[in-house]
Design a protein around this ligand. Sequence first.
Ligand code: HEC
Ligand code: HEC
Length: 207
Amino acid sequence: MTFLLLSLLALDVPADQAAESYNEVAAPDPGVSAYATCGGCHGAQGQGNPALNAPALAGQDADYTARQLRNYKAGIRGADPEDAYGAQMRGMSSVLVNDTAVVAVSEYIATLERPPAQATEADLSAGQGAYANCVSCHGQTGQGNPVMNGPALAGLDAPYLERQLEHFRAGRRGAHTEDPWGASMVPLAQQLDSETSAQVAAYLASL
Ligand code: HEC
Ligand code: HEC
């Protein structure tokens, strides 16, 4: 009994010390700590890693990023059996324990600078022509248009962009009843065949 009591006391002391020294350190940015796991796939600076199919996140509008993370968590995005990469991300979204973490990581991501994407060898003029229909919501240079809820597309890698357009077309993204913004992209993606999608993706990756 005495031994048990002493052990408890012994445990108590380091716990208190730990709490004190934690408080002495300047409070870490909750977004930076929440981003720690994400860097493994999306890159330390959110620059993306096409080899892991993980798109660039850096500089993206925080409201858009938070919406995607909530959608993954709720199974609104990434739940289709044919969306393997979305499913991977859906699993990762559970790392963010609550909406405070979702908002913090999204705001941190928005502060990072997005580097240019990997260039592709495509005819960019055709893609530029097709992009005319996208400007109103995604911006003249693909910088996004938060007023229309249109995310930044410039600097995303071409395979990711093509895959998302295919997901919208095939009803793997934007088909859920609680995804009005995704749904608004569906008819636009359906106007593009796979060749035009590849051209517009190559053009956006070049911006
Ligand atoms: C195991 C690798 C992996 C990790 C770790 C990971 N992701 Fe992802 N993430 C992906 C993949 C793959 C996709 C692309 C899914 C697709 O193609 O639809 C993705 C997509 C996303 C998207 C959608 C981007 C867009 O433009 O719509 C967001 C936002 C995102 N991830 C944020 C995060 C955050 C925040 C974390 C950390 C909490 C994280 N990811 C951790 C692999 C990962
Ligand atoms: C009427 C406004 C509107 C127009 C026009 C529009 N989009 Fe979108 N787009 C959106 C919205 C809103 C979203 C965000 C959907 C969501 O929140 O999931 C989006 C998302 C996307 C995404 C997913 C980005 C990501 O990071 O995963 C791609 C790719 C895309 N649009 C491409 C296009 C292309 C290419 C065109 C032109 C052919 C186009 N869009 C025209 C509103 C629009």
